[in-house]
Design a protein around this ligand. Structure first.
Ligand code: DC
Length: 217
């Protein structure tokens, strides 16, 4: 396994932008582990698999009908050879992803594919909810990003062209689901640097993170 830096945190806390820029500065790869849950939820919806049917969802984790591919600018998801990366970005797919992510069987089945992302010659920046606690507990450096919920909702609403009020509610529900689930709940890793991104721009957050990780790698 190569070197790994993990970036965890709630919805729209800036994880993807920060991970992408950090990986660019380090010349490393990056992966959004949320893409695995979003991809699975999207494939289940397309194939009309009930989101309560744990057995079929678990079987679907290994079905080549959908796949995840790391690229420098995005973690892409393909369904039936179509690039569905834009489609899985919708908040409703995020909510379905949060629902399927509750099942221990599903999490376990996706773990190996997520860990395999670190098998290349470069280091890896891995972002999600449990990257520092479960997926890569031995990571060289761990970061946890937060931001106040209005700020996060405004950020994501602007990205998706939606109303901010609806987004606050949707994200609060998703954060609640993700932090209260029994298996691998979203939580701050013991040894993580915590950065509140509310009043910072991307450059400032990445500067802080680079300053922190440079002594660790
Ligand atoms: O980071 P994201 O918004 O793309 O993640 C979508 C959902 O996937 C999130 O609400 C919960 C789940 N998820 C998870 O349980 N563990 C991760 N490491 C990443 C995402």
């Amino acid at each position: 396994m190569g070197m790994v830096i993990t970036i965890d945190g709630p919805a729209a806390s800036g994880k993807s932008s920060v991970s992408r820029e950090l990986a660019r500065r380090l010349g490393w790869q990056w992966v959004s582990t949320g893409a695995f849950y979003r991809g699975l939820a999207f494939a289940a919806l397309q194939l009309q698999i009930d989101l309560d049917d744990v057995k079929s969802l678990t079987d679907l984790t290994h079905n080549p009908v959908w796949s995840v591919r790391m690229e420098h600018d995005r973690t892409k998801v393909f369904f039936k050879d179509q690039d569905v990366t834009d489609l899985i970005a919708h908040e409703d797919v995020g909510n379905f992803a949060s629902k399927v992510s509750h099942y221990p069987e599903v999490r376990k089945a996706l773990l190996e594919a997520q860990r395999n992302c670190s098998s290349g010659p470069q280091g890896l920046v891995a972002e999600g909810r449990d990257c520092g606690t479960v997926v890569f507990p031995e990571a060289e450096a761990k970061v946890y990003l937060t931001a106040n919920s209005e700020h996060r909702a405004a950020r994501r609403a602007a990205e998706l062209g939606l109303a901010q009020d609806d987004m606050v509610k949707a994200q609060q529900q998703r954060d609640h689901q993700d932090s209260t689930r029994k298996v691998a709940p979203m939580t701050v890793p013991d040894d993580a640097l915590v950065v509140d991104t509310t009043a910072l721009n991307l450059e400032q957050v990445v500067d802080k993170v680079v300053e922190y990780v440079k002594n660790k790698i």
